[in-house]
Design a protein around this ligand. Structure first.
Ligand SMILES: [Zn+2]
Length: 613
């Protein structure tokens, strides 16, 4: 979709929004009117129908009335609503509903008549095969090749494509679910998963802690289970189960060091679900069961900061949650900061600094590419889809902001502040405005004249980076740069001690006028084209596109065909789209890869490859 057309749709969207007379909500990405009627508990009954690629069943909500409204407003996206019922006089009775027009990013509002006494409402529905929050994989698209696989990705506003729901992170709800699957497959959810090897096709779940709707998650497939410790297990297809359990063996220690810094882990178990390679993200912090890409199972534990990140969300994001998608930095900035602190506590300052510096370089690249208004932490989204403005800004700029505060107030003071913050806002959703009031009272006012509210406003509401923002550097990377200079003059590289991070820094910072001869020399000495580490391969393949290094072409094709993690494929498509020849080639590869890509990966990369659509 072109930028112009997108803009046009956004304008129409705002006009529609205003003309429907909806009261101005805090969260413009939801039709819910929480101040009238909210839904604090969900009972979900779903059948997973692989043959027809749909979920069908019903969602039952407890109603909490805040005024005398006789309707409840929910979000849906391309759901087929079959009928709605009310629980009145101890029985279910039919009731009327209306489904609004489809908004391109928000979906359709569902308005259900609830009268004035009903305590519960039930919606019978089914999903469509193209539901944006679900991916369905054929047996051939899995590693085992024998059974199908499906999984959800609800964040930010895709829960509504598989559950009719008040889909705003300002709501918190508990849920129970009964899920049926074909026999032999295992269903899991962001809830109390059992470690039993029962595969009878009926599974019951309970999530007793109140969570925002985007953290409701489901997956089903031919899953095996291996425990890492008493409270941590890996769920995965058999082919990768042992490798993943080895790769992530440090997870129990990560929980310990995070609890020591920021207070108790409040979610009981912490399990990891390893998804097929088409999973569009690195990880998704679904509570009790993080969803993880297999591309971080590298065999050397060098990419496990991703686990630190998803675990950190158990405090920042899942416990204290952004109230709207304009406040995403409250989830991701805090989490990137906590992730780096976990890595430092477990593996030392040098590794943490390298990871911070790599993130910083990614952020600088993003800042060059993005429109200034999209580099603001408390971003103005309007009704644009939050997926369309996904970038490193809420992550790394948010992390820099917190690192800045730590630096100004000292680690002891800042750690105490953070720990109290997680306690004070536990199981609540907060906005940037609420955060500022809290920050003023609990940190700025404690040490006057250290950081002004003007400075805080610059961080939160201005584009780009403040002039005095931290600039993360790494001594190890400085040494890599010295070696690069010597190597360009013909010396040998000393890479025996290099970690994945040092390789990434080396490749990412090679001069763009590096000769074809030097590219071939690197490849010959270090086998970079065939390297199995997904991040190093990504960096090398990206450079190979820029340098027209043909020997890497087959690997590039294979990489794009077998991985669907958007962070790894989309920069490659973006680079390929820059020349006519490469674009033609990229479109051919894309069309072949598309059936295995998640809907989100498809949308993002089609915008790069077919900008005229
Ligand atoms: Zn995150």
């Amino acid at each position: 979709m072109s930028v112009l057309r997108k803009l046009f749709i956004s304008v129409i969207g705002v006009a529609l929004w205003l003309s429907t007379g909806v009261a101005k909500a805090e969260d413009v990405h939801s039709y819910a009117r929480l101040n009238q009627v909210s839904t604090p508990h969900l009972e979900l009954t779903l059948d997973i129908d692989f043959a027809n690629r749909k979920l069908q069943g019903h969602a039952t909500y407890i109603l909490q009335r805040h005024d005398d409204s006789t309707q409840v407003y929910m979000d849906t996206s391309h759901l087929t609503i079959k009928r709605t019922e009310l629980w009145v006089n101890e029985q279910w009775q039919p009731t009327k509903f209306t489904l609004g027009d489809v908004h391109p990013s928000l979906g359709s509002e569902l308005i259900i008549d609830i009268g004035s006494v009903a305590k519960k409402v039930r919606v019978h529905y089914e999903t469509v095969p193209s539901a944006s929050g679900l991916q369905w994989l054929t047996p051939e698209q899995t590693a085992g090749k024998k059974h199908p696989f499906m999984f959800s990705q609800s964040q930010p506003i895709h829960a509504r494509s598989w559950i009719p729901i008040q889909d705003t992170p300002a709501l918190r709800l508990t849920y129970n679910a009964t899920v049926t699957t074909p026999k032999g497959l295992l269903a899991v959810m962001s809830a109390d998963n059992s470690l039993s090897d029962n595969r009878d096709g009926e599974y019951k779940f309970s999530m007793p802690q109140a969570i925002p709707p985007y953290l409701i998650a489901i997956a089903a497939g031919d899953l095996a289970i291996k425990s890492i410790s008493e409270n941590v297990a890996v769920f995965a297809e058999q082919y990768i189960l042992d490798d993943a359990a080895w790769e992530f063996a440090d997870t129990p220690r990560m929980i310990e060091v995070t609890e020591a810094m920021y207070g108790p882990y409040r979610w009981d178990r912490y399990d990891l679900l390893i998804l097929p390679p088409s999973f569009p993200f690195g990880g998704m912090e679904n509570p009790r069961l993080s969803f993880i890409t297999p591309t971080v199972v590298s065999g050397d534990r060098s990419l496990i900061n991703l686990i630190a990140h998803e675990l950190a969300h158990s405090w920042s994001g899942n416990l204290v949650t952004n109230a709207s998608w304009r406040d995403l930095w409250i989830n991701e900035g805090f989490t990137s900061y906590v992730e780096n602190r976990i890595m430092e506590a477990l593996f030392g300052k040098e590794r943490a600094q390298m990871e911070f510096a790599l993130g910083y370089q990614d952020l600088l690249d993003n800042l060059e590419r993005l429109e200034p208004k999209d580099t603001v932490l408390n971003i103005q989204l309007g009704t644009r889809h939050p997926d369309d403005v996904f970038s490193q800004v809420p992550y790394v700029k948010g992390q820099l902001f917190l690192a800045y505060l730590e630096d100004k107030f000292g680690r002891d003071v800042f750690d105490k502040f953070l720990r109290k913050y997680f306690d004070d806002f536990a199981f609540q959703s907060i906005s940037t405005a609420q955060f500022k009031i809290y920050l003023q009272r609990e940190l700025l006012a404690q040490k006057p004249n250290v950081v002004s509210m003007d400075k805080i406003n610059e961080w939160l509401h201005e584009p780009g980076l403040p002039a005095d923002a931290p600039k993360p550097t790494s001594d190890a990377f400085a040494k890599v740069e010295q070696q690069t200079q010597r190597w360009l003059k013909g010396a040998q590289l000393q890479t025996k001690q290099w970690t994945t991070h040092e390789w990434l820094h080396f490749i990412n910072n090679l001069p763009l006028d590096i000769s074809a001869e030097n590219m071939a020399r690197l490849d010959r000495e270090f086998g970079l084209t065939e390297i199995q580490n997904s991040e190093i391969a990504h960096a090398w393949l990206k450079l190979s596109i820029v340098k027209k290094y043909e020997p890497a072409r087959d690997r590039l094709r294979n990489y794009l065909l077998t991985i669907g993690r958007n962070k790894l494929v989309s920069p490659l498509y973006r680079e390929l789209a820059k020349t006519a020849d490469n674009l033609k080639w990229a479109r051919e590869v894309y069309e072949q890869a598309k059936p295995g890509y998640h809907p989100l990966t498809q949308t993002v990369n089609e915008a790069l490859l077919y900008p005229e659509h």
